[in-house]
Design a protein around this ligand. Structure first.
Ligand code: AMP
Length: 124
């Protein structure tokens, strides 16, 4: 079910549990700021979720409230992950769902990194 992307952070959301090591994931990258792991229901040959380690409900929360250094580190990590996964040559898509209209399901800010083959066009 879609979430609003607003309001208090729910420490019981599934990505918070992954960050605490309470449920497993398939990690592809980790540094001081970021964890990236394979999406459990991939929508592309490569589909990775990139999440800040700190608790932000959505892009709305992250872009308003994260320190500039953290925003830069998360974005730079996303580029580094795409490079490491070999996606630069043929390209990739980086998106985030924020709030109800987008269909955001997990209330912890995340970027979807998708590639590894041609991606469908955006919805019309
Ligand atoms: P969103 O709709 O933007 O909130 O995307 C949430 C994404 O999290 C979906 O693509 C799900 O397939 C993915 N997801 C949900 N649970 C897990 C999990 N335990 N491990 C990896 N990915 C997950």
């Amino acid at each position: 079910m879609a979430v609003t992307g607003k309001g208090p952070y729910d420490p019981q959301n599934i990505f918070a549990k992954i960050l605490r090591g309470e449920i497993p994931c398939k990690p592809v990258f980790e540094n001081e700021w970021v964890l990236a792991f394979k999406d459990i229901a991939p929508k592309a040959p490569v589909h990775v979720l990139i999440i800040p380690k700190k608790p932000y409900v959505s892009f709305m929360d992250f872009s308003k409230n994260a320190p500039v250094e953290e925003i830069a580190e998360v974005m730079r990590s996303a580029g580094q992950i795409a490079h490491t996964l070999g996606l630069e040559e043929d390209g990739y898509r980086l998106i985030t769902n924020a709030g109800t209209n987008s269909g955001q399901e997990v209330p912890h800010f995340h970027l979807h990194l998708m590639g590894g083959g041609p991606l469908p066009a955006f919805p019309q």
